[in-house]
Design a binder for this molecule. Structure first.
Ligand code: ADP
Length: 218
């Protein structure tokens, strides 16, 4: 599903990734853990094609992402990848339902089909009676679940999450973990999650431990 080979990344002269290999299978939940500054977010951004590696390659479902032009890359990202960040990054002037629909509209999917899938996802995530709420009318846990629904709207190959529970209290964090497991079991959804949350890391199928820009034995 996702393969990265010998990734390096330098910022000016500073090596941040120093030869990273990652391989993730369909339906796997992989946690990337390690101390602050180890390079976890940098790796996640490169896996998600949001940033380019200095060298090495990233293949998603067999597509070598570095060969795509920036326009095709944006299209590829929209269709094949879902993102969840620590802060939900929902658009404040749109409702929950609209926020979830937007990436589907961008993909050019028929409006009725996007709406139907958004309703299904929001219902699955327990948000059936929050469709018309704007982000500031939702709790932190609800906002993050809307962000999960948005990440899933185009049926991505992989969902990449950067500290998804970093802004949640322990109860909402646990609910989000259970949600990830359910999405994996129900839909075979693949996740790569950068996290400091030990419980989330332990619940994942596999942990990759990063230290000084490398993956080290756990
Ligand atoms: P982690 O997610 O493990 O905390 P990061 O990937 O955010 O680590 O950062 C790894 C290192 O790369 C840090 O030393 C950070 O200061 C540096 N870094 C990250 N992004 C940039 C950038 N855009 N420019 C320069 N240095 C950066």
């Amino acid at each position: 599903m996702l393969v990265a080979r010998n990734l390096t990344k330098n910022y000016s002269n500073l090596p941040v990734l120093r030869g990273v290999d990652v391989s993730v299978s369909k339906g796997e939940i992989v946690a990337i853990v390690g101390s602050s500054g180890a390079g976890k977010s940098t790796l996640l951004h490169i896996l998600g094609t949001l940033d380019a590696a200095s060298s090495g390659e990233v293949l998603i479902n067999g597509v070598q992402t570095s060969t795509l032009s920036s326009r095709r890359l944006a299209d590829f990202r929209n269709r094949h990848l879902g993102f969840i960040f620590q802060f939900h990054h929902l658009l404040p002037e749109f409702s929950a339902l609209e926020n979830v629909c937007i990436p589907g509209f961008i993909a050019g999917t028929k409006k009725a089909a996007v709406r139907e899938r958004a309703l299904f996802l929001l219902e699955t995530l327990g948000l059936r009676d929050r469709l018309d709420h704007r982000p500031n009318q939702l709790s932190g846990g609800e906002q993050q679940r809307v962000a999960v629904a948005r990440a899933l709207i185009n049926q991505p190959d992989v969902v990449l999450a950067d500290e998804p529970t970093g802004n949640l209290d322990s109860r909402n964090a646990r609910e989000l973990h259970e949600l990830f497991l359910r999405l994996r079991d129900q839909f075979g959804q693949t996740f790569v999650i950068v996290t400091h949350n030990e419980e989330l890391a332990t619940m994942s199928d596999r942990q990759l431990v990063m230290k000084d820009g490398k993956i080290v034995p756990s």
